[in-house]
Design a protein around this ligand. Sequence first.
Ligand SMILES: NC(=O)c1ccc[n+]([C@@H]2O[C@H](COP(=O)([O-])OP(=O)(O)OC[C@H]3O[C@@H](n4cnc5c(N)ncnc54)[C@H](OP(=O)(O)O)[C@@H]3O)[C@@H](O)[C@H]2O)c1
Length: 247
Amino acid sequence: MSNRFEGKVALVTGGSRGIGAAICRRLAAEGADVVLTYGGSKDKAEAVAEEIRAMGRKSEALHCDASERGATAALIADVAARYGQLDVLVNNAGVYPLTSLAKCSDEVWDQMLAINLTAVFEGLRAAYRVMSPGGSIVTIGSVAGDAAQMPGVGVYSSSKAGVELITRAAGREFGRKGIRANVVQPGPIDTDMNPADGQNADLQKMMVPLGRYGEAEEVAAAVAFLASEDASYINGTTLKACGGMTA
Ligand SMILES: NC(=O)c1ccc[n+]([C@@H]2O[C@H](COP(=O)([O-])OP(=O)(O)OC[C@H]3O[C@@H](n4cnc5c(N)ncnc54)[C@H](OP(=O)(O)O)[C@@H]3O)[C@@H](O)[C@H]2O)c1
């Protein structure tokens, strides 16, 4: 493993489980100090932070409910002030309400947009204010942001289409300050959100040319690339980690 993030401070939202936890481990393995947030999974988040400290990096797990207006922005300002820098932001926290459009309640819609879209908007804006040139932002979208591939996914798709575009817009607007912003769109990844033996799993496997779910670590590798100086001329774009699902 290389040391692409030596001396860097990274913040990963929703780092307690799944893809977020894998991103935290990957950035730390490559030298970053990593702050991670959690909503409900305090013990899991603290275990990830402990693992990272055992690697010899600084790490802390902070509660930050992404559905609460202002919480993500306040968290970013606090971390940047306490660490004296913020080099990498990964907007990862998300929820996946599987519901038909016709049956989606106002509460589900509002909660999903607050977590999947508004918190990302807050994260982008707050990161711009605290990041120095060389900073990098990666947002976790989804191939569902390109197409509502299955019944029930369309409500979620709308939020993931939104985060893709707002992140690419950030790449356009923040580029002048030397801050890059890119999107990773995973396909089906085996996590609590979308287990490889769960509802619609066989259908999703059939839709992927590689014929399998991805692992969280495979998404983390794509995120680490985009966040690193190896991607220094890659900005305002989308990298799909989906086994060819959208080919
Ligand atoms: N798995 C897939 O197939 C797949 C495919 C494409 C895109 N994605 C995207 O990848 C990202 C991570 O998903 P995952 O598969 O790793 O899901 P996951 O295993 O369900 O993990 C979701 C993460 O988001 C956090 N989170 C959810 N609501 C939150 C809130 N209100 N405040 C703070 N944190 C919150 C969770 O933290 P707590 O448990 O601490 O609340 C957890 O760390 C999401 O944006 C998801 O949409 C996943």
